[in-house]
Design a protein around this ligand. Structure first.
Ligand SMILES: O=c1ccn([C@@H]2O[C@H](COP(=O)(O)O)[C@@H](O)[C@H]2O)c(=O)[nH]1
Length: 238
């Protein structure tokens, strides 16, 4: 799953997803199903997207007591997604329990889904983190702390912004995944994201995979937009 551009399918229902995916028929995409879509459509949306041949990041950001997360992950493993996640703020014990659940729910002979943890949301600024979460260190230190806890718990990587990816790579190793949302072209609207970066910056920082939502899903021509984004991510001259 390294070097992927993951499209965030933040749609209200399955019909909107089908309408979006239809012009991509024949292409093998990596897509992200988040809370908005999954809470409306449930597991059936995962089966439908898998039938179309796409890879899936199920972005439900589990955050609860270890036993609950373990049981939930056991169930989610049966959906056979490629990537799932939790919040690192749930702690090392919770993250280790998530892995145990995933392993228990993965059928024999199959590879368990990769599991990553959200560090600080890309919609969080350092100022907000200090004021609201009462974390006195820099945002980069907080993200790094969560990344190291995630690694110690045995998970495969983290969700972070592209700004922290190089530091994480240096300290946690090149095989530890850094999956980065908050990616924007310079002409794009930033919206609610705070720690944004361009695809070029992400590539040069050694980010494993980028997540792109509205810039593609809300564009007039999503296929053309996706191709433009892929070129920027892969480093093709514009
Ligand atoms: O820290 C995080 C964790 C998850 N996300 C998700 O990524 C996409 C980003 O969408 P855009 O439209 O490109 O902003 C969205 O689904 C978020 O839930 C994140 O942005 N930051």
């Amino acid at each position: 799953m390294d070097n992927s551009l993951i499209i965030a399918l933040d749609f209200a229902n399955g019909s909107e997803v089908n309408r979006f995916l239809q012009p991509f028929a024949g292409k093998e995409l990596f897509v992200k199903v988040g809370m908005e879509l999954f809470y409306q459509e449930g597991p059936s949306i995962i089966h439908q997207i898998k039938e179309k041949g796409h890879h899936i990041f199920l972005d439900l950001k589990l955050h609860d007591i270890p036993n609950t997360v373990k049981s939930a992950m056991k169930g989610l493993a049966r959906l056979e997604c490629d990537l799932v996640n939790v919040h690192a703020a749930g702690g090392k014990e919770m993250m280790a329990a998530a892995l145990e659940g995933l392993e228990a729910g993965t059928s024999s002979g199959r590879k368990r889904p990769a599991c990553i943890a959200v560090t600080q949301l890309t919609s969080t600024s350092e100022e907000q983190m200090k004021k609201e979460q009462l974390i006195p260190v820099s945002l980069e230190e907080s993200v790094m702390n969560y990344a190291l806890l995630t690694k110690e718990a045995g998970l495969d990587g983290v969700v972070c912004s592209a700004w922290e990816a190089a530091y994480i790579r240096e300290n946690a190793g090149a095989t530890f995944l850094t999956v980065c949302p908050g990616i924007r072209m310079t002409s794009d609207q930033v919206g609610d994201q705070k720690r944004v970066a361009t695809p070029e910056f992400a590539r040069n920082s050694g980010v494993s995979s980028i997540v792109v939502g509205r810039s593609i899903t809300r564009s007039v021509d999503p296929v053309k937009s996706y191709e433009k984004w892929m070129d920027a991510w892969k480093g093709v001259r514009q």
